[in-house]
Design a protein around this ligand. Sequence first.
Ligand SMILES: Nc1ncnc2c1ncn2[C@@H]1O[C@H](COP(=O)(O)OP(=O)(O)OP(=O)(O)O)[C@@H](O)[C@H]1O
Ligand SMILES: [Mg+2]
Length: 258
Amino acid sequence: MRYTGGSKWKKHKLMMKNRNLQPHLPETAKFTPEILWNYLRKYNKVVFKPVIGRRGRNILKVSRLGESQYEIHLKNKKNIYTSEKETLSYIEKFIRKRKHSLQRTYIVQRYIDLATYENKPFDIRVVVQRRKGSSEWHVTGMVSKVAGKGFMVTNNGLSGGIVLPVTSALGKANDDIARNRKEIMKEIERVVLIATKRLASYWKKQTIMGLDVGVDREGHVWIIEGNLCPGIKNFYKLDDKTMYRRIKNIRRENNKII
Ligand SMILES: Nc1ncnc2c1ncn2[C@@H]1O[C@H](COP(=O)(O)OP(=O)(O)OP(=O)(O)O)[C@@H](O)[C@H]1O
Ligand SMILES: [Mg+2]
């Protein structure tokens, strides 16, 4: 089992300690049936995901369609359940399928209505780095991940989605977002640096961090999750390899220093 350190739940709790981050963190709690119904009443749509992420696998979107009517979206399939009992029994069966007990720990998170590119939701992977010996963090790369057709997760390995430069994705989202895309990118940078410092105060040896950032349809910036071992393949997929090279160079230099 790939384990990238730090459960989503632990990282969420850590980030929540910073008041300035709170408005940018979708409400999250460990799964219990009560939490699920509470959140569904409050938000109508939630995400149900394992605390140990697996690149978009085993993530459900649960939506409340009406009185005792729920929709569960897994991969590119949606099913409707017509009672609380049926819905919960699907979810409990889903949890039991996982082999390891750690994999059976799930969180419920408010679903963020992500901005879309050609009607497909996208989020943004932001890479933040520092040089060994320095405590100054810098955003060294940002790339948009667009979900594949019919998927709610944007991880492109799983959903078959594409990557795009952030300005292109924001520029093709709704008019408000397109118009304000420069300010939104600045806001992403600001929020992500606060989140990174917060996580780095616990994982002191980290020199790289990857944050999944969502921009909702109103242009508000949300931190979906923080990754301690971010992959950088998505940056290689862009035509312009500047960010990819920059990230790799800093990483290489850091690896040389013991
Ligand atoms: N609360 C949310 N609202 C909207 N979309 C979400 C939400 N949570 C997750 N997603 C979508 O699902 C994708 C995967 O979720 P997340 O990044 O939390 O887990 P993961 O990628 O499987 O974990 P890991 O990176 O540790 O392997 C996100 O990139 C995003 O597209
Ligand atoms: Mg992720």
